[in-house]
Design a protein around this ligand. Structure first.
Ligand code: 4AD
Ligand code: MG
Length: 462
């Protein structure tokens, strides 16, 4: 494989001929000499290509090189006299691979706003910021797999099209091949999904958890990592309609064990990305979130805080005047509450556990107090919730009672209930929103800038 620019920049000067390929970021010209900066996305920095026009076989090519064009260059690696790099390329031959008309190229040399870049998502990965996000995201995805693979978890692919609703939140995208203009109807006038492609009503999944649990009941420790879909009608900087989620599930595990894995997992991913993407994080620290690297270093080396929901609400009530939404026992925590708990009370990540049963999903294990469930959310400064998880209700009768109380039909979940009939064990898991984790690591403020093609209310271009 050819060496990319990241590799070339690490080489020493020498007589070997090398080829660089990339896109032109800048060109500085004088009568006798040209400096080109080529970038191929392999690292933040480009490589400087120096052309000595008096000693060059096709100097006229230089005039045709414009910002954004693609270029192939043959030359040698020489020591650079410039302060910005150790080595550069002394060019012998330059080929224009693909031109880029200066008057119509949407990415001019100036700084563009992130809002503008979202409108040209197909080109924005060529910018420093979005390129760095893409590298960090890729590195984090690999770190996720590394953590689980090295700790005895198996990767399970759960279905994206599903007949069951995991979170019971009712915000699902329907999947159908029925003719929307003339759907078949049952006798009582409802759409007849038995005539649909799958012979039943189906949707895009909001979570792979329920199917993930079935594999944890066989392989002990598993994880999923895939896209999930939510038709939430909320336009925020933290919500997408299509986002990626990582969901580990552990058999023979309780809430304490769940919390422990969540903390070790996050720390591993953060430490790994600090190690592998140092240059990109320095960039984010400088231009996006000052203090970012110190923050991550601190998070990786400090135990996470832990609070029970009841105590968390007491803290919030003490500061009640600070919130738009007044906190009380039983309320679902709002982002402003979550941020206050992590930013002000705990000054770092905090796991809040044991929430009121009314505000959490049906599958969470009932606590002995009869009021709360063994739920866990991990909250971080700036973002609020980044992880949601729980110990699962593994007792058949209690689970069925809970489903009945919520109006869920037990027969729809027959296979899920079977797990509680055949060798049931205490088990627990959680879901990490991958984009939220990328936001946390990069300091990026809007979730739409940490996924290549964001899908959100009113937005599905590209
Ligand atoms: O808290 P949630 O809804 O939990 C579940 O889906 C469980 N089934 C997970 C489990 O126990 N296996 O979602 C988990 C995480 C949230 O903490 C958040 O980080 C992220 O997924 N998330 C979203 N990210 C972006 N856009 C959205 N609309 C999101 N909804 C949830
Ligand atoms: Mg949640």
């Amino acid at each position: 494989m050819e060496e990319n620019i990241a590799k070339l920049l690490k080489r020493k000067a020498g007589p070997d001929k090398v080829t660089v390929k990339g896109w032109l970021r800048t060109k500085r010209d004088s009568k006798t000499i040209s400096f080109l900066e080529l970038n191929d996305g392999s690292c933040l920095k480009g490589i400087q290509v120096v052309v000595d026009k008096n000693n060059f076989n096709n100097p006229e090519i230089i005039d045709s090189l414009t910002t954004g064009c693609s270029v192939e260059c043959l030359g040698t690696i020489v020591e650079s006299v410039g302060v910005n790099q150790d080595v550069e390329i002394s060019a012998e031959k330059i080929t224009l691979v693909g031109e880029c008309p200066a008057d119509s190229y949407p990415l001019q040399k100036k700084r563009h706003t992130l809002e503008y870049l979202r409108e040209i998502s197909h080109l924005r990965a060529r910018t420093n910021t979005i390129g760095a996000v893409a590298r960090v995201r890729s590195t984090m995805a690999y770190a996720v797999h590394k953590f689980f693979q090295e700790n005895g978890f198996y990767y399970v692919n759960t279905p994206l099209i599903t007949g069951s609703d995991c979170e019971g939140a009712g915000a699902m995208f329907e999947v159908t091949t029925l003719d929307m203009n003339k759907p078949p109807r049952t006798e009582d006038g409802k759409v007849d999904y038995s005539k649909d492609f799958f012979g039943k009503h189906t949707s895009l999944t909001v979570s792979g958890q329920l199917e993930g649990e079935t594999y944890a009941m066989a392989l002990k420790n598993i994880y999923t990592f895939g896209p999930t879909f939510r038709a939430e009608n909320s336009v925020t900087k933290r919500h997408l309609a299509e986002f990626w989620m990582i969901e580990p599930e552990m058999a023979f595990c309780n809430l304490d064990g769940d919390r422990d894995v969540a903390e070790r997992f996050l720390k591993f991913v953060f430490a790994d990305v600090m190690d592998k993407c140092h240059e990109d994080l320095v960039f984010f620290d400088k231009f996006v979130e000052p203090g970012l690297i110190d923050k991550l270093t601190h998070v990786v080396s400090t135990p996470f805080s832990h609070m029970e929901y009841t105590d968390a609400v007491k803290e919030l009530e003490k500061a009640s005047d600070k919130f738009d939404f007044k906190p009380y026992w039983g309320c679902d925590l709002q982002t402003e509450h979550e941020r206050y708990l992590s930013e002000v009370v705990c000054k770092g990540p905090v796991a809040v556990t044991d929430y009121p049963k009314e505000i959490k999903s049906f599958y969470m294990k009932a606590n002995d107090d009869g009021k709360t469930v063994a739920a866990m959310d991990v909250l971080v400064p700036r973002l609020g919730e980044i992880i949601g998880g729980s110990e699962r209700e593994y007792r058949y009768d209690i689970l069925v009672d809970k489903m009945n109380a919520l109006g869920l039909r037990a027969e729809d979940y027959w296979w899920y209930l079977d797990l509680r009939r055949f060798g049931s064990v205490p088990h627990a898991g959680f879901g990490l929103g991958f984009e939220r984790a990328v936001m946390y690591v990069t300091g990026m403020q809007n979730i739409r800038d940490v996924i290549p093609y964001p899908r959100a209310v009113g937005s599905a271009e590209f």
